[in-house]
Design a protein around this ligand. Structure first.
Ligand code: CAA
Length: 381
């Protein structure tokens, strides 16, 4: 078994790392402080082919695989997890869903601009009463001739404010439970579509998260993805891939925490020597490095399974639950190693702690990942 990166993987990592260090990292603290959406950076990600990485070239994408995607996403998130979530939603929730389940007409019209960086997408499943219990939707799509009329409220929509296109899940038949949920492609600006105020978040503050409101919005039948009632399975299958992306985001945050902590520990002197000489600090760094590497391997494995077309729900859930918890621990230890300097905004490491927290929550909480893993064990056992 060869754990070394291939030449293509190494080159991609080097290219994205250089871009992230030069163009993303320098403004990350200020963007976080001012909640400034990284418009120029998102445009450049699109130009570099990083917004539709796994989409075939035929549809405007970079034609890469999931392993390459996780390598690039980790590097972006090592610099700024806010930029990472924008990239991850567009790649693994929006483009992947359209690529896997869209018709050629839908791909030509929507996937190509989304994958090539001309447009940005959002994925809108959650509602105020439907978070972990994701099929408990109230947003309603009622067939009326050749359109559906959509009414309802969605929340926690990443990219909601800055997107052009939303993949929207709504109930077409309330009698059927999850079998009555369907998926639609809707465009920002359509009559009856409005965007709520951006949420004021603990972390990933320069990405936007909003509510979306739909008031009798007409959606052409041609914009339904798959058959009526297939939406929930489409959402969960897509989230399997999304969770690998969030796991890669968590590894990027953990790696950043380790890098900052090691750097600081080598420079900071107390009791007449660099604090890295103390075993109390060495043990923390060793644990951070070990756990980050283990999380990275779980991410690579899940990405590999996905690329091979294998059963990916459980590997993706394992990667996400482990990597997100590693990111939280590593970021907390990074602040601890920095002492008082870690607790102020200026040094930027407290941002890692705030950013890490969301990886344990979105695209399925750690508790939901454990449910997915345990159900898989029961099925196999
Ligand atoms: N892929 C495809 N189909 C799947 C699936 C998967 N991974 N998992 C389940 N299904 C199918 C089941 O087979 C079943 O269909 P059949 O009856 O035809 O077999 C159907 O879906 C319902 O499955 P369950 O009975 O298991 O459904 P459930 O109601 O018990 O829910 C759950 C399961 C795992 C708890 C699920 O609701 C879940 O993952 N919840 C978390 C929701 C979530 O992750 N939200 C994230 C929002 S998006 C976000 O955060 C993005 C962002 O902005 C960053």
């Amino acid at each position: 078994m060869n754990f070394n990166l291939t030449e293509e993987q190494s080159l991609l990592r080097q290219t994205v790392r250089q871009f992230a260090e030069e163009m993303i990292a320098p403004g990350a603290i200020e963007r976080d402080e001012t909640k400034t959406w990284p418009e120029d950076i998102v445009r450049q990600l699109g130009e570099m082919g990083l917004l539709g990485m796994m989409v075939p070239e035929q549809w405007g994408g970079a034609g890469m695989d999931t392993v390459l995607y996780t390598i690039a996403l980790e590097e972006v998130c090592r610099a700024d997890a806010s930029v990472g979530v924008i990239m991850s939603v567009n790649n693994s929730l929006v483009c992947s869903l359209l690529d896997a389940f869209g018709t050629d007409d839908q791909k030509g019209k929507y996937l190509t601009p989304l994958a090539s960086g001309g447009q940005l997408g959002a994925f809108s499943l959650s509602e105020p009463q439907a978070g972990s219990d994701a099929s408990h939707l109230l947003c309603r799509a009622t067939l009326d001739g050749d359109v559906y009329r959509v009414s309802g409220t969605k929340n926690w929509v990443s990219n909601g404010e800055h997107c052009n296109v939303v993949l929207l899940f709504a109930v077409t038949d309330p009698e059927l439970g999850y079998k009555g949920v369907s998926c639609f492609i809707v465009e920002k600006g359509w009559q009856g579509f409005s965007v709520g105020k951006p949420e004021d978040k603990l972390g990933i503050r320069s990405s936007d998260t909003t509510e979306l409101y739909f008031d009798d919005m007409p959606v052409p039948v041609a914009n339904r993805i798959g058959a009526e009632g297939e939406g929930f399975r489409v959402a969960l299958a897509t989230l399997d891939g999304g969770r690998i992306g969030i796991a890669a985001q968590a590894v990027g945050i953990a790696q950043a925490a380790l890098d900052h902590a090691l750097d600081y520990a080598q420079q900071r002197e107390q009791f007449g020597r660099p604090i890295v000489d103390f075993q109390a600090i060495q043990f923390k760094l060793a644990d951070m490095a070990t756990e980050t590497e283990a999380a990275r391997l779980l991410v690579r494995q899940a990405a590999f399974v996905k690329d091979q077309g294998g059963a990916v729900s459980s590997p993706a859930a394992m990667a996400k639950v482990f990597a997100s918890e590693v990111a939280m621990r590593a970021a907390t230890q990074c602040v601890q190693i920095h002492g008082g300097y870690g607790y102020i905004r200026e040094t930027g490491v407290e941002r890692l702690m705030r950013d890490a927290k969301i990886t344990q929550i979105y695209e399925g909480t750690s508790e939901i990942q454990r449910v997915v893993i345990a159900r898989d064990l029961q099925r196999k056992g």
